[in-house]
Ligand binder design. Structure first.
Ligand SMILES: [Cu+2]
Length: 899
């Protein structure tokens, strides 16, 4: 790094003799001999020799192995999301789904796991390892520790996917439908109805041990360099500061998930109970940290590559050092900004929010330093090759994605945004536009060194950049739009309004564009390995080599790759003045935001954590979130107990206390013209909220805002707002668009209604089903359960067979009649529950007519209590493979009778 005034680490270590006289232990000799036997045989096949670089040193070979493995998991992860999105779109377009709910949610979880850990993090470890060793001129040691780390990381991907059944029926989708960010106790045996296999936790433990081993390996090599430069000025290059930050943050962050996974394992085998809230807090110390560990890819890319292409040292080493230190200290402390809506002490929520705002500072320093480094570079001296283009995308993407972070971090906004697609958009902006773009910049700058060949096709790299940028940009945009619509993350079932369906279709289009774009990259990699021009590096500095490699992605290179002398004209004092000015502005802005948001943050957090003192005449709702319905106990002007139905009067104050059984849930009333209600409910803890019911009588849907297993889409309750006095029609509710909330069920006249049950066991793709209106007197409506709706996702027929005819065979044997009664029930607001007016057996395949003579009032129709459901295809479900059950309520709705 001849142009770098942050003294380059000399290659003195490389000259040190390897102590060949020390005979390694027998085990190592055995491994070495085995490896050599495999290597020499495989190397005879050109394909393996090229792809795995089998004629090169072990560090290059192992790095190639990691790169190939990470690309493999990337491809699998891309298939996962392709599977998920096409199924969601199929639901949106009313087409039939060919994957089960279980498989659809497994795909989504495995997408996250494979992309984050198999792909992105493994690539990070590979690149940071080789760049560190190369830039510091180190002789890599402890080969088998490195191999073991790679083995564990990849083994963890297999364990997290879980057991396979090949016989008697192929089945690979048992339990990873949890969510990689699983909310304890979801999946925990004895505490949840959805139980993960112990392999899930063993997978996490293997991952932890694997990456911590990598960090230890890096640390040992850093100490090698440190010791070999005793007595000299040891200045670490700016980019390496961030590699070191990674090496420190990995053990700190992974220690907590290691602890929470160990806790889950002990509990699994019957040792000691799990405290769900404490377990969640522990997990999120990791859940946040891991994203920041990956975020160090683009940051390192900026500090490593921008000075090389600008042909000048970083603007301020001091600023880079400060950024690395602040970043490393703050990252492990921010975790519970993911748990704002759980009952945590208000001071800790506030402190987390403050610290999260502060982590803007190191990013602000980085942006400033990188920007100033490129300042004054003439147009003719800068080349837009694949490396610099991806750097630009990453720089812009980090800002764009970063700017949606403060919204999430403000508790008052989080109530609106929590677990919506807005969050998914935010972290994909970071994961793709910032992290993956920075990763591609490094890959384009480093891969030829691994392959020993220059990039084969500049045109393919250009096509890759353009199509990738379009795909990722569109994907982030449409996720954001779905979030603005109020759509929850992980939703398979959602309101099918025109805007939502269009946004979902466009999202899928851009997912396909993003995946297809990578074909240009893969083609270029393969062509490079087999056809690329050999890379010669004699007489070139590291910077010149990097420029030479990058140049091979430019069709008409005109900027020379040679180093040039750079003399900084701005005096140091002026530069430091500019730095101080910038930091001061950032700090003042952050303090301003903090002062503005603190009062509401403290009061919202207090409201969630402690029961409030509601005004006289309030309705008291005691809610329990089960897998997969809400148990409701009411006292106050209305009293009684219901499932999924909450009854209040217009404008009444409602005091909620809520907890969960089985898994963490979320109580979400996404009002548009009133403050949104959104709290997380956790077993063994109580969450509170106080809100005023809408002044307009009607039916307001309350989806579970926290994923609690593959049937969470059906987990929607309804807040039934009765008129304060006498009967009232739904005219005002309809003209106001149900206060603008898209989750509210559609309204239709009962007389013309012909409700059709869909493949997810819902009336007209809606849960609750359509709100039916009628005038007092004889009321009737029709419904129909087509035989075509019967399948593995329709909980109504609980025959869990992979055989598509299994359910129909059951029905044929039972006269197409299910052991449940569907009816019309009056809501008794004074001490009773639901009072049956008329009921009839539930029949499949015949059009049914429900009729009753009704006075004005509000009724519940359909199946008004949950149905037990067990997912156990071919009886393969055991406590070792995982199992899944729950109670589901899907075909029901409100019947509104008024003059
Ligand atoms: Cu976070």
């Amino acid at each position: 790094m001849s142009t770098n005034d942050a003294a380059s680490p000399e290659s003195a270590v490389a000259e040190q003799p390897v102590p060949v006289f020390e005979k390694p232990p027998a085990v190592i000799r055995f491994f070495d001999a085995t490896e050599e036997a495999i290597r020499s045989r495989l190397a005879k096949l050109t394909f393996f020799q090229r792809v795995f670089q089998l004629d090169r040193d072990w560090m290059t070979r192992i790095t190639m192995l990691m790169v190939v493995a990470s690309v493999f998991w990337g491809i699998v992860g891309a298939f996962d999301i392709f599977g998920f999105e096409t199924q969601v779109t199929a639901f949106a377009l009313g087409q039939s789904l060919h994957l089960s709910n279980q498989e659809i949610y497994s795909s989504l979880t495995l997408h996250g796991i494979r992309m984050l850990f198999g792909f992105a993090q493994q690539l990070e470890l590979a690149l940071f390892g080789i760049i560190f060793v190369t830039a510091f001129g180190l002789v890599p040691r402890h080969k088998w520790a490195y191999y073991l780390s790679v083995l564990l990381v990849n083994l963890s991907m297999v364990l997290l996917e879980g057991p396979f059944y090949l016989f008697p029926q192929f089945n690979d989708n048992y339990f990873p439908a949890l969510g990689w960010y699983f909310y304890s106790p979801l999946g925990i045996r004895g505490l949840s109805s959805y139980i993960a296999s112990p392999l899930w936790y063993f997978g996490w433990i293997a991952l932890c041990v694997g990456v911590i081993l990598w960090a230890a390996w890096m640390l040992i090599h850093f100490l090698d360099w440190w010791r070999s430069h005793r007595g000299q000025v040891r200045r670490i290059p700016p980019f390496a500061l961030f590699v070191l930050a990674t090496v420190i943050l990995i053990p700190v962050s992974y220690a907590t998930v290691l602890a929470s996974s160990a806790w889950d394992v002990f509990n699994y085998f019957g040792v000691g109970p799990v405290d769900p809230l404490a377990n969640q807090v522990l997990f999120w110390f990791f859940g946040h940290g891991v994203v920041y560990i990956l975020f160090l890819i683009p940051i390192t890319a900026f500090y490593f590559l921008v000075p090389i292409f600008a042909k000048r040292p970083i603007y301020s080493y001091r600023a880079a050092f400060a950024a690395a230190v602040i970043f490393t200290i703050l990252t492990p402390l921010l975790s519970i900004h993911h748990l704002y809506l759980t009952p945590v002490p208000p001071w800790s929520a506030w402190l987390t929010m403050a610290l999260t705002f502060l982590i803007i500072i190191p990013s602000a320093i980085t942006f400033f330093t990188i920007w100033m480094t490129t300042k004054g570079v003439k147009k003719g001296e800068w080349q837009w090759n694949a490396v610099t283009l991806f750097l630009l995308l990453s720089f812009a993407g980090t800002m764009a994605g970063g700017l949606t972070g403060p919204d999430n971090n403000t508790l008052a906004f989080d109530i609106d945004l929590h677990n919506t697609m807005f969050i998914v958009s935010h972290f994909h902006a970071i994961a793709l536009l910032s992290i993956a773009a920075g990763g591609f910049a490094v890959v384009y700058a480093a891969f030829p060194l691994l392959a020993g060949r220059l990039w084969y096709s500049p045109r393919l790299s250009q096509a890759h950049f353009v199509s990738t940028a379009i795909g990722w940009g569109g994907l982030v945009l449409f996720m954001d739009l779905l979030g603005s619509d109020g759509i929850l993350r992980r939703s398979l079932i959602f309101p099918l309004t025109n805007a939502v369906v269009a946004d979902q279709v466009w999202l899928t289009v851009f997912v396909i564009v993003s995946i297809s774009a990578q074909l240009f990259f893969v083609a270029n990699v393969l062509l490079t390995l087999f056809r690329g021009e050999l890379l010669t590096v004699q007489g070139l500095s590291l910077d010149e080599i990097v420029r030479k490699m990058a140049q091979s992605t430019h069709p008409k290179p005109s900027v020379p790759i040679s180093d040039s002398k750079f003399v900084r004209r701005t005096p140091r004092s002026r530069r430091e003045g500019a730095e101080r000015g910038w930091i001061t502005v950032v700090v003042v802005l952050i303090v301003g935001v903090l002062v503005a948001t603190s009062p509401l943050t403290l009061s919202d957090s207090t409201t969630i954590g402690t029961p409030s003192d509601p005004p006289a005449g309030s309705e008291y709702l005691s809610l329990v979130n089960y897998q997969y319905y809400w148990g409701v106990q009411e006292s106050g002007p209305v009293h009684g107990s219901f499932s999924d139905v909450m009854v209040v009067h217009a404008g009444q104050w409602v005091a909620v206390n809520a907890t969960a059984e089985g898994a963490t849930g979320g109580f979400y009333l996404p009002f548009r013209n009133l403050p949104t209600v959104d709290i997380q409910v956790i077993p063994d803890a109580m969450s509170y909220w106080l809100f005023q019911a809408p002044s307009v009588p009607g039916v307001y849907a309350a989806p579970d805002s926290e994923y609690n297993g593959p049937w969470f889409g059906q987990d929607v309750a309804a807040l039934v707002v009765l008129p304060t006095t006498g009967p009232s029609s739904l005219a005002e509710y309809q003209s106001s668009g149900g206060e603008g909330d898209i989750y509210n069920p559609p309204v239709m006249g009962a007389s013309g209604a012909f409700l059709i049950v869909d493949q997810e066991g819902l009336f007209d793709n809606s849960v609750p089903g359509p709100t039916l209106t009628a005038t007092p007197g004889p009321v009737s409506f029709q419904y129909y359960i087509p035989r075509s709706s019967i399948g593995i996702d329709n909980y109504l027929v609980n025959v869990t067979s992979n055989d598509p005819n299994g359910q129909l065979d059951y029905l044929a044997a039972h006269n197409y009649t299910l052991p449940y009664r569907l009816g019309i029930y009056a809501i008794n607001t004074t001490g009773g529950n639901l009072v049956p007016v008329t009921t009839m057996p539930l029949r499949v395949g015949s059009v049914m007519n429900e009729t009753a003579t009704l006075p004005a009032g509000v009724y519940v129709y359909g199946l008004t209590s949950p149905i037990p459901y067990v997912y156990n295809p071919a009886g393969q479900s055991t406590w070792m493979t995982g199992s899944e059950e729950g109670e589901i309520m899907g075909i029901w709705g409100i019947l509104w009778v008024s003059p």
